[in-house]
Design a protein around this ligand. Structure first.
Ligand code: 13P
Length: 340
């Protein structure tokens, strides 16, 4: 696998998707705390090990995004996580942004551009094939996001992408439009469109190759406090309309974050998106919570629960991968629900 385009194509290959196992230490601790597990380096390592050593994940995963703590760590037996993934033929990715900082009065931008080329070089030498940078965009009525925040985040995403491509690493650009808020689905779609348009304006201005990158997007869903429940068909229609208005056709793929949707909703929405056969990009998953949440709750920090947690994880993964190809069925969802 030599060129950036080959790597990008492999990441979004039919039947497969990406596991986002790159929660920052703070986010990983939040996930552990939510299910009353001690927030220690050991428990974070076991958390990663449960998912990355589940048998047969390579059937459904093209890549896994790691956080630096895991990238440099090993499983209990002493085998580095990177080698575990390499042995399964799963591409290793690395989150390279350094988190969000305030921007303007009420918004956020992402830092991590200082010294990025040197960090990318080191990650590449250790085996990373791709990277991720997350920008956070909040919706608040018509006031947020401001054009300034959209522009700043788009410019930083493009600079990061340029550095990645120069280092031989495929960039995943993730402008996450948050689910939190009371906005309508249509407003989410409008913001996703605006943000992606700005990202591609910057990509072109900064000379980034659109054929050697992957976009990671939110789905267009109603805000979590809106009281509205969208049908998968509505989500698919609005999400794809946003992409058609903003993403050039030479981009090889768009992957989705789950953003706080339930695992079932995220899977059903992905299935509805996949049912639209007319799209020119590969569309697949890059979930964290919607893939790991159910298994995490069943693990509950106890070693004896690990095999059951892994059974749950592989079943959800099978379902999400089926949805990515438009083959998700209620009956297999029931098989999973029976395990919960
Ligand atoms: P969720 O699927 O939990 O939203 O996480 C995906 C991700 O990578 C967020 O940056």
């Amino acid at each position: 696998m030599n060129t950036l385009k080959d790597v990008a194509a492999a990441l979004v290959a039919p039947g497969k998707g990406i596991l986002a196992a790159d929660e920052s230490t703070r986010s990983a601790n939040k996930r552990l705390q939510a299910v009353s597990i001690a927030q220690t380096p050991l428990m974070r390592r076991v958390y990663r090990e449960i998912f990355l050593t589940t048998p047969h994940i390579e059937k459904y995963l093209s890549g896994v995004i790691l956080y630096e703590e895991t990238f440099n760590d090993s499983i209990r037996s002493g085998v580095p996580f990177i080698d575990v993934l390499n042995q399964k033929g799963i591409l290793v990715g690395i989150k390279v942004d350094e988190g969000t900082v305030p921007f303007g009065k009420d918004e956020l931008t992402t830092e991590g551009l200082n010294g990025l080329p040197a960090r990318l070089k080191a990650f590449k030498e250790k085996g990373a094939h791709f990277a991720k940078w997350r920008a956070v965009i909040e919706i608040k009525g018509d006031e947020l996001p401001t054009p300034e925040a959209v522009r700043e985040n788009a410019a930083r995403l493009a600079t990061y992408a340029k550095d990645c491509q120069a280092s031989g690493i495929v960039p995943i650009l993730e402008p996450e439009v948050l689910l939190q808020g009371n906005h309508a689905r249509g407003r989410a779609a409008e913001v996703i469109t605006e943000v992606l348009q700005e990202v591609f304006k910057e990509i072109s201005a900064q000379g980034v190759d659109p054929e050697a990158l992957i976009i990671k997007s939110s789905m267009a869903v109603s805000g979590s406090d809106s009281g509205c429940k969208d049908t998968p068909g509505q989500v698919a229609e609005d999400t794809l309309a946003s992409f058609h208005a903003s993403v050039p056709e030479e981009v090889p793929g768009i992957v989705f974050l789950s953003g706080g949707q339930t695992a079932e909703d995220a899977t059903a929405n992905l299935q509805a998106i996949a049912e639209h056969k007319e799209t020119m990009w590969q569309l697949t998953f890059s979930f964290a919570r919607a893939l790991q949440g159910e298994a995490l709750a069943h693990w509950a920090g106890e070693d004896e629960n690990i095999p059951h947690a892994q059974d749950i994880f592989i079943k959800r993964l099978e379902l999400v991968a089926a949805a990515r190809d438009g083959r998700y069925r209620e009956e297999i969802e029931k098989e999973l629900q029976a395990l919960l």
